[in-house]
Design a protein around this ligand. Structure first.
Ligand code: SF4
Length: 367
């Protein structure tokens, strides 16, 4: 391709009817669209050359106009626990991250799945005080193909097939601020990953939760709550000024939970800020209003990105957890080891240096 050629159209992210329409000028054989889809998803093909049961002439014609559209891996950061962060470069040069987390060693033999954490935006406008992505600022929405592509590249590199992974929308961005593309990505992912194995994490975009609730097949819902007190939450998560804890809980109470499913509340604990016994008691009262469990995530510190915020001591986290448990809350502490820290959006660590200076933190005031 020369620099004057128009960019080729990515096929990843198109539904089957859309794909059939896109390739209709190249072939009259209607089954070719399904064949292409299988190559791009189940068989993880990165280019048309690999699609050996397609006629050579069709492969050449496809190659002239289209690309599969998988994102390019620019860097890999492995961690000791077997997790790996992949930094992707998208077609326009924008960079996003995904994380591969292996199955827990103890349970791998019991068929436990690996987890792939994907990004939905190339940055985030929400600006939570504890989040590195928030410091980068808003970035563009990813397309459904770019979201699906992160999962497929990880699957290809790690060699796992369909139905072998959990997918969590907990990477860069607020998925519910990119709902049309995220919704399409959820549809396309269904052939690979059951909605029961998919989790979407939101900072609390109430209209997005209500919209997502209308889907026939819904992912699991995780909500970054972090504090039950309105004022404290607004300081840690400015989005609370737009959609309050009260409004959020109202929407969650109406979320159509299937039997056996619960809402996950994520609580990033920051030393001296939201790790107090009062905060634990307020949280316990709140979360018990809906079928739920709580993940406590001690802050991933970053002197460069999150100055002034520190991780609470293990004793403090333990005491917080015990207070919740004593109130009847199902609580788990997720100490981040390596990159397995992808337990809440914005908690990915060791990010590449950004192309621009970080924006100021949220209007956070230490209590
Ligand atoms: S925690 Fe999530 S919603 Fe908040 S700024 Fe970070 S990426 Fe955005």
């Amino acid at each position: 391709m020369s620099f004057s050629d128009p960019p080729k159209t990515p096929l990843l992210g198109l539904s089957l009817p859309e794909l059939a329409q896109a390739i209709a000028p190249l072939t009259r054989e209607r089954f070719r669209a399904a064949q292409l889809t299988r190559w791009m998803t189940e068989r993880r093909a990165a280019g048309f050359d690999a699609m050996t049961d397609l006629p050579v002439a069709l492969r050449a014609a496809l190659d002239e106009r289209f690309v599969v559209g998988l994102p390019e891996v620019e860097a890999r950061t492995p961690a000791e626990d077997g997790a790996e962060k992949l930094l992707f470069r998208l077609a326009d040069g924008v960079k996003v991250e995904a994380v591969y987390i292996p199955a827990p060693r103890k349970r791998a033999s019991a068929g436990e799945r690996v987890t792939v954490c994907v990004s939905s935006q190339a940055g985030c406008a929400v600006n939570c005080a504890f989040c590195v992505t928030g410091r980068i600022g808003a970035g563009r929405n990813l397309t459904a193909g770019e979201i699906l592509g992160q999962y497929l590249v990880v699957a290809r590199e790690k060699g796992f097939g369909p139905r072998a992974a959990n997918v969590v929308f907990m990477g860069m961005g607020e998925p519910l601020l990119n709902l049309p593309n995220v919704s399409r990505a959820l549809d396309l992912l269904e052939v690979e990953v059951s909605p029961r194995r998919t989790t979407l994490s939101t900072a609390g975009v109430v209209p997005g939760i209500r919209e997502l609730a209308k889907r026939e097949r819904r992912p699991n819902l995780a909500v970054s709550l972090t504090a039950a007190d309105e004022e404290l939450r607004t300081r840690l998560m400015p989005i609370n000024a737009r959609w309050s804890v009260a409004e959020l809980l109202e929407a969650l109470a109406e979320w159509p939970l299937e039997p056996g499913r619960r809402i996950t509340f994520e609580v990033v604990l920051v030393a001296g800020v939201n790790d107090t016994p009062e905060a634990a008691r307020a949280l316990a009262r709140l979360v018990k209003r809906v079928p739920s469990k709580v993940n406590l995530i001690p802050l991933n510190e970053s002197a460069e990105w999150l100055p002034g915020l520190t991780r609470p001591s293990a004793e403090r986290v333990d005491a917080f957890g015990r207070l919740l448990a004593a109130s009847g809350v199902d609580v788990t502490v997720r100490w981040s080891k390596g990159l397995g820290a992808a337990a809440a959006c914005g908690q990915l660590k060791g990010r590449e240096a950004p192309a621009r200076a970080p924006r100021p933190p949220a209007p956070f005031v230490r209590s």
